[in-house]
Ligand binder design. Structure first.
Ligand code: FRU
Length: 495
């Protein structure tokens, strides 16, 4: 049975969504047809297709009363739209169906586990969230909320756990057919932890214990955890709120953190070995992963950040994009991310140059565009031959988005100050890249309203939204000193 609230959302998106022309949104990055989108939810394989849900408010481009939007894909780049999956239509989720996960049940149905939010007025008049974990089960389009919801409440928390900050369950099925979920929580030191629960059937859950905690080292509340094995290691992803900056690794505000370690499942003991940022750019938060049918671990994130939502272009009737889905691996103890290999299937019109000597501003015939996949490799033309090198994209006389690399400091700076935003938000980010004899390899993916930069074969990634007008499509290169550069550029065509 579909509630009135869900029916209303479905009618609204079906009616008004198609009014927004396709060329007013990215070509291969997901956005809602209309309204607001934040975190990816329920990113999982179901009946041979990859489903993705998302935090969704169809009625405006602001965060409000959270629904779950829904799409599916076979190749991570072409998204088939499905009607909204969940609306906040029960007492226990009346203030929002917050983030969560999905898994396939053995009987062929799809299990969704999400956070139900209900606000309760306290004696002092303040409204406080009561966050509980809830289940909905369906056929890949329509979902019934579980009659015994909520399935995890304050009673299921360890001593001192906050029932107000208890959210974002990520669920998966173990090889033995049982289920696990990790969920964010806040403990008395006021910072975040990740709790692990287990279940035989996906609806009756019991606490295993905490997996790790911030202890105020990596931010406050830990949102949207994910926890999975990768290349012989165990990875914990979290999105902390209110981080303090640490060098150029973590910036202030809402961050994204990857903890790599070993895991003893029997004793639920996760031993951290290294900690790094997931995305070093401006717009990235709340990523979620799935294990693809061929075994790849693929991650997608919200290509936005709570600290930059003020940069919303007024004319747009949608807000919020997903990042490119990225294949994950571990190399030399670091998280490596590369665009899903399916992107290569949409490459057209190859243009390539080798050993171009770049000093003064250089443009190259055929190197331009706003829906492109471009690989730029620079080397010093001779020993100590350059002080800085720049790639300028999404450029015309007025606009430009710049990547500048300085080999003496190994700092790469992403600058979207002149990329169509008139909001006074963060527009630059600097990251420390790993030097390789003054050489650098950048894979730059542009898709109308974003830039994603994969540094040195995915060792680091920096993502940012841009709202530059589409006519600004020139690309140029320049250096202080001189470099030798190779460029390989493809248009991405979603034919
Ligand atoms: C993270 C988050 C989650 C929450 C959701 C609400 O971006 O704050 O913790 O479930 O967004 O939309």
């Amino acid at each position: 049975m579909i509630s009135d609230k869900l029916r209303k959302a479905r009618e609204f998106e079906a009616h008004y969504g198609p009014f927004i022309p396709d060329d007013r949104r990215p070509a291969f990055h997901l956005t809602p047809t209309i309204g607001w989108m934040n975190d990816p939810n329920g990113f999982s394989l179901y009946k041979g297709e990859y489903h993705l849900f998302y935090q969704y408010h169809p009625y405006s481009t602001d965060w409000d009363s959270m629904h779950w939007g829904h799409v599916k894909t076979r190749d991570f780049l072409r998204w088939e739209r499905l009607p909204a999956a969940l609306a906040p239509d029960m007492e226990y989720d009346q203030n929002g169906c917050f983030s969560g996960g999905a898994a396939e049940l053995p009987d062929g149905r799809q299990l969704l586990v999400y956070t139900g939010v209900r606000q309760i007025r306290q004696e002092n008049g303040e409204l406080h969230d009561c966050q509980t974990q809830c289940v909905a089960i369906g056929d890949g389009v329509d979902y019934e909320k579980w009659p015994a919801n909520p399935v995890l409440t304050a009673r299921d928390l360890p001593a001192g756990g906050s029932p107000e900050d208890f959210r974002d369950p990520k669920v998966w099925r173990e090889p033995d057919g049982t289920y696990r979920l990790v969920v964010g929580n806040r403990i008395p030191d006021s910072s975040g932890t990740v709790l692990l629960y287990k279940s035989e059937n996906g609806v009756d859950w019991s606490l295993v214990g905490p997996v790790d905690a911030s202890h105020n080292q990596y931010g406050q509340m830990w949102e949207c955890p994910d926890f999975f094995p990768l290349d012989g290691k165990q990875v914990l992803l979290v999105s902390p709120m209110e981080m303090s900056p640490i060098g150029l690794e973590f910036h202030a505000g809402h961050g994204n953190v990857c903890l790599i370690g070993s895991y003893d499942q029997e004793r639920n003991r996760f031993e951290r070995e290294s900690v790094q940022a997931i995305d070093y750019g401006i717009d990235f938060y709340a990523p979620q992963t799935l294990e693809a049918a061929d075994g790849r671990r693929i991650m997608i994130g919200w290509m936005q950040n709570w600290n930059t939502i003020g940069g919303k272009p007024r004319a747009n009737r949608w807000f919020g994009q997903m990042s490119l889905p990225r294949e994950l691996s571990i190399r030399e103890g670091r998280l490596i991310q590369t665009p899903v290999r399916e992107l290569e299937g949409y490459r057209r019109n190859k243009v390539a140059y080798q050993n171009v000597l770049v000093g003064a501003e250089t443009t190259l015939h055929g190197i331009q565009g706003r829906m492109i996949d471009m690989i730029v490799t620079v080397r010093p033309a001779s020993r100590d031959s350059y002080r800085s090198f720049r790639v300028n994209v999404a450029k015309d006389g007025e606009y430009v988005t710049t990547l500048r690399y300085k080999p003496d400091t190994s700092i790469l700076k992403l600058d979207r100050t002149r990329s169509g935003s008139n909001a006074d938000i963060v527009h630059t980010r600097s990251l420390l890249v790993r030097p390789r004899d003054g050489a650098l390899k950048l894979r730059i993916v542009l898709d109308r309203f974003s830039v994603e930069v994969f540094v040195n074969d995915g060792e680091q990634v920096a993502s940012a939204t841009i709202f530059t007008r589409q006519e600004a499509a020139a690309i140029s290169f320049d250096a202080v000193g001189s470099v030798l550069m190779d460029v390989e550029k493809y248009d991405i065509v979603m034919d």
